[in-house]
Design a protein around this ligand. Structure first.
Ligand code: SF4
Length: 331
């Protein structure tokens, strides 16, 4: 077994500079990968950090990791049934930064930013600039959580909550640790996937010293995303005591093949992560070209169920706007 050593992951600097140097210009992407890209005018710009880019195949315009981040003209088509807020999050009122969709759980929109812009993201039109939390917002939010005895699990989401620096994140953990009814802190993140060095010594220490159960739900869609650096980071979190689950989105031409999904499950397990959900695409404007029909999703799950043990088969699910829970289609 590899010896875990995070000594080279000093306070922040590594991952933050990789974030700063992320590719934002499609021309740079084209040049690095030796491909042609079409120029489109999008309010949701290209953003891809180099450690993720390095996992793409040079010269392959259909690379499954590239397709997830490359702005294309198909995004500009108007499609019936697609909207800017497909899961009706933006109409919720209440405490700033807090979404309470499910009983017993509260979701904190901890930041408005991500380390990567995924073209299929259901929050690609979310007004994140309005969601930025001030110190007072955080205080009000924790006051509310303290007073609501029904909440046993807090989900840190975003954007990507690991965009918070470790000092801020540590103070969020500390505040949550002080609320007795909260038993679990769940972190939904894609950041370590695109920048594995985001798993710093400081983040690991938050996990190790947390008085609550800590769950990371990673977002990995394709087996090629799981390189050695990411696998190491995930295993580090697991060794620190975190439970690791993964959710993927079923995406046309990216992971809509049974072999790909089966390999993803096997590689996740090798990285100490259990497959959790395979989501059908939320009908967000600009992402229709990724859609895979429900029937095909079911057929894919049935196929991999015949090849994999049950614990490696994710639940096929879809979000239903306004519903009290996800709709599990096979699970
Ligand atoms: S990292 Fe998550 S929230 Fe951010 S763009 Fe990608 S899918 Fe959306």
């Amino acid at each position: 077994m590899r010896i875990i050593n995070l000594s080279d992951r000093s306070l922040e600097t590594g991952w933050q500079s990789q974030l700063q140097n992320a590719i934002r210009d499609p021309k740079d992407l084209a040049e690095t990968l030796c491909i042609d890209v079409e120029a489109i005018d999008s309010e949701f710009p290209l953003l891809v950090p180099e450690p993720f880019l390095n996992r793409m195949e040079v010269g392959n315009p259909r690379d499954p990791l590239l397709l997830q981040v490359l702005p294309v003209a198909a995004e500009l088509l108007d499609r019936v049934g697609y909207s800017k807020d497909p899961v009706s999050e933006q109409s919720k009122d209440g405490i700033r930064g807090l979404i309470q969709k499910y009983r017993g759980r509260a979701l904190i929109v901890a930041t408005g930013t991500c380390a990567v812009n995924c073209r299929y993201c259901f929050r690609r039109h979310y007004p994140y600039h309005l969601a930025r939390l001030s110190q007072e917002d955080w205080r009000a939010l924790f006051r509310h959580l303290k007073q609501d005895s029904s909440i046993s699990e807090v989900i840190l989401s975003g954007g990507d909550p690991l965009m918070l620096n470790d000092r801020t994140l540590a103070s969020v953990f500390e505040s949550l640790n002080q609320i007795p009814q909260i038993k679990t802190i769940r972190v939904h993140t894609r950041l370590p996937v695109v920048i594995p060095s985001r798993v710093t010594k400081e983040l690991l220490s938050m996990v190790e010293t947390s008085q609550k159960k800590v769950v990371f739900v990673t977002h990995i869609n394709h087996p090629n995303e799981l390189d050695e650096a990411l696998t190491f980071s995930l295993q580090t979190l697991r060794t620190g005591g975190a439970t690791l689950l993964n959710q993927s989105v079923l995406l046309r031409e990216v992971n809509d093949q049974a072999d790909t999904l089966a390999e993803l499950s096997r590689k996740l397990f090798a990285a100490s992560v259990l497959p959790y959900y395979l989501h059908l695409l939320d009908p967000v404007q600009g992402a229709g070209h990724f859609n895979v029909e429900e029937l095909r999703g079911k057929a894919l799950i049935n196929k991999i169920s015949s090849e994999l043990p049950g614990y490696l088969v994710p639940k096929l699910a879809r979000e239903v706007a306004g519903a009290p829970a996800k709709k599990v289609l096979i699970g």
